[in-house]
Design a protein around this ligand. Structure first.
Ligand SMILES: [Zn+2]
Ligand SMILES: [Zn+2]
Length: 273
């Protein structure tokens, strides 16, 4: 069952990472996306970044961003778990490289490493794909949006070897305090999802305390990672205020200040919507 609408934020803010293609069924310009965007805007979340994970969803992200000026921007990539399985990775990467030239594509991602879902045998190809995505981000001067699951050390190692692009976002940050400090020092932006509200995540909350306001983003990763107390129910951008309020409480700050910082940081990372 769908969680109820939270109390609106007074400050307009952004869901910096979601997958509307997965939980709507009538296309990137359709009435279902319209409802998702309207519900989010009604509680203060008036902009979202739509993220692609393969060729089809990257195309969706661009069409969605083009259909909703002022509301939606696109991130495009071959997801690390998909990259590891593809027979023709080179063709898929060529497609992403071409699509990256679109003006409303503002980030290359989600790319990175996932050692949770990809077995040892797929990791060489996954790493190769990550390196190529870093090159694409640099070539097109776009922000790099990283997916890192159980691969913290190797993600940082590859970034060091390739040289990080000017702007890097760690989506659904899942590292500890030490990693957060390291990423902050490198100038990366750390994006926190509903996972920061989970009762089993004290290390993530400790990491959150290391992040200066100007390097913080918030996301839903909808339809996944629904914040507590609605864990297990469908997620959508209108639930961002729940995560923002949880972050504010953990940090001892005003939720409106967090919302404003997230909005500013999103504009810096992605450009104007
Ligand atoms: Zn991810
Ligand atoms: Zn995602």
């Amino acid at each position: 069952m769908k969680p109820p609408l939270p109390e609106p934020l007074q400050t307009r803010t952004v869901d910096s990472h979601c997958h509307m293609d997965i939980f709507t069924s009538d296309g990137p310009a359709g009435s279902e996306v319209a409802v998702v965007l309207a519900e989010a805007a009604s509680v203060g979340v008036d902009r979202v970044v739509q993220v692609g994970c393969d060729i089809e969803s990257s195309r969706f992200a661009v069409e969605c961003a083009n259909a909703w000026p002022g509301r939606v921007l696109a991130a495009i990539a071959i997801h690390p778990n998909d990259a590891a399985r593809l027979e023709d990775l080179a063709t898929a990467l060529e497609f992403i490289d071409e699509l990256a030239a679109e003006t409303r594509v503002r980030a290359i991602g989600e790319t990175g490493l996932d050692y949770f879902r990809t077995p040892e045998s797929g990791r060489d190809q996954q790493t190769l794909s990550f390196r190529e995505h870093i090159a694409i981000a640099k070539r097109h001067n776009k922000t790099l949006m990283i997916h890192d699951r159980d691969a913290h050390d190797d993600v940082l190692k590859v970034l060091r070897e390739e040289g990080a692009p000017d702007q890097v976002i760690l989506h659904c940050f899942s590292g500890d305090e030490v990693m957060a400090k390291e990423c902050v020092a490198l100038g990366f932006i750390l994006s926190f999802a509903g996972t920061v509200t989970f009762s089993n995540a004290p290390k993530l909350r400790a990491a959150l305390l290391q992040v200066p306001l100007d390097q913080l983003l918030v996301e839903t990763d909808a339809p996944f990672l629904t914040p507590s107390p609605y864990r297990g129910r469908p997620n959508a951008p209108y639930l961002v205020p729940i995560t923002i309020r949880a972050i504010a409480e953990i940090r001892g700050e005003d939720p409106e200040i967090i919302a404003a910082a997230v909005s500013e940081n999103a504009t810096r990372a992605f450009g104007p919507f």
